[in-house]
Design a protein around this ligand. Structure first.
Ligand SMILES: NC(=O)c1ccc[n+]([C@@H]2O[C@H](COP(=O)([O-])OP(=O)(O)OC[C@H]3O[C@@H](n4cnc5c(N)ncnc54)[C@H](O)[C@@H]3O)[C@@H](O)[C@H]2O)c1
Length: 327
């Protein structure tokens, strides 16, 4: 029998804390070399400004085996009233290969993308971080802020979006959900100056703020861009920062934020300080003083989905929720 977990069921069982723990464990095994994760094939559907990714992973230490099919259609919200990111996850039994569960993948994606920033923030942001600047007021920006609030004593967030009404809705919903003060700002500068942590979670293909504005001690989580020709962060930001990536291989293939400054000759590959797995396993230290500007760049890895899907499946069995079907 196959367990079907829809979005509402997943929302009722999966917390950000559990997701951060699962994703941190996945990065530990990634850092220990216990993961099998081929690079994800991507198909661009140029006619409709779309992209679809096929993301398989096996995490040896956790016995997590899954594949996610995820699409990114940035015109969906305005044209079709659908989310930019849509997905489905299949979770398999590592012992037999049998299908265990089918899950709605949009919620899993948002939670695991927030969670990996939560893990990075735990190791890289100043412990006394209180103010967060948020670029983008969409789906990912919500779970990004949830995750940062889970690991640091955040009191205030400042949100900037090119659509002010989106930022206003975000501020209203997220201040209720997280119990913190959220201000809408009209200028990108105001989501950088005086912020301890900056989140970029936009669909922009060009930098959303200027690296000159960054202050000592800031931590940045850059999660929005994931193609070689697009970037949310400019070359000055990358140059000024101690850069940690989710995966060297994936970021050097997919992250315009890193690839463009390399092609410009502003940095070399050696400028990347570490993979998150190296920090989680203690092979390299995270933040070492209060003045460093730290940056976590994630393009998103299949191990995040596999670990989160396994956690959701275990919770669903324990709480006896979801529907079963036979195929
Ligand atoms: N790294 C990862 O693992 C990962 C995972 C999921 C999604 N993503 C990417 O994150 C991005 C955001 O996804 P989403 O689901 O939140 O999309 P979304 O459409 O829900 O939200 C994106 C928001 O960004 C805003 N925006 C665009 N340009 C901006 C700019 N210059 N300044 C400020 N705001 C701007 C849009 O108005 C919109 O509100 C997408 O590019 C998506 O592919 C990355």
């Amino acid at each position: 029998m196959v367990l079907v977990l829809d979005r509402e069921t997943l929302k009722s069982i999966l917390t950000m804390k559990d997701t951060i723990d699962a994703v941190e464990e996945a990065f530990k095994y990634f850092g220990l070399g216990k993961v099998k994760m081929p690079m994800r094939p991507a198909i661009r559907i140029d006619e409709y400004n779309g992209l679809i990714l096929y993301m398989p992973a096996y995490i040896g230490g956790m016995d997590a085996l899954a594949v996610k099919v995820v699409s990114v259609y940035p015109d969906n919200p305005t044209k079709y009233n659908k989310p930019t990111v849509l997905g489905t996850v299949l979770l398999n039994d590592s012992k037999t290969g049998d299908l265990l569960a089918i899950m709605e993948g949009g919620f899993i994606t948002a939670m695991r993308t927030g969670a990996v920033s939560g893990v990075a923030t735990k190791y890289l942001a100043r412990k006394d971080s209180k103010v967060v600047g948020v670029f983008g007021a969409g789906v990912q920006a919500r779970t990004q802020l949830m995750a940062v609030c889970e690991v640091r004593p955040i009191e205030e967030a400042r949100v900037y979006d090119i659509y002010k009404h989106a930022a206003e809705r975000y501020a209203e919903e997220m201040s209720k959900e997280l119990g913190i003060n959220i201000k809408v700002v009209d200028e990108a500068l105001d989501a950088v100056k005086g912020c301890d942590i900056i989140i970029t979670a936009t669909t922009s293909k060009v930098p959303v703020f200027k690296g000159e504005w960054l202050e000592a001690g800031t931590h940045i989580n850059g999660i929005g861009s994931h193609t070689p020709d697009a970037r949310e962060l400019d070359s000055i930001t990358i140059k000024k920062s101690k850069v940690v990536v989710d995966s060297y291989e994936a970021c050097l293939k997919e992250a315009g934020d890193i690839i463009i400054p390399i092609n410009e000759g502003v940095i070399t590959k050696d400028h990347i300080y570490a993979e998150l797995g190296e920090i989680v396993t203690g092979k390299k230290p995270g933040r070492v003083n209060d003045n460093e500007i730290t940056l976590f760049k994630s393009v998103g890895l299949a191990i995040q989905d596999a670990s989160t899907a396994l956690k959701a499946y275990q919770l669903a069995l324990r709480k006896k929720v979801g529907r079963t079907i036979s195929l």
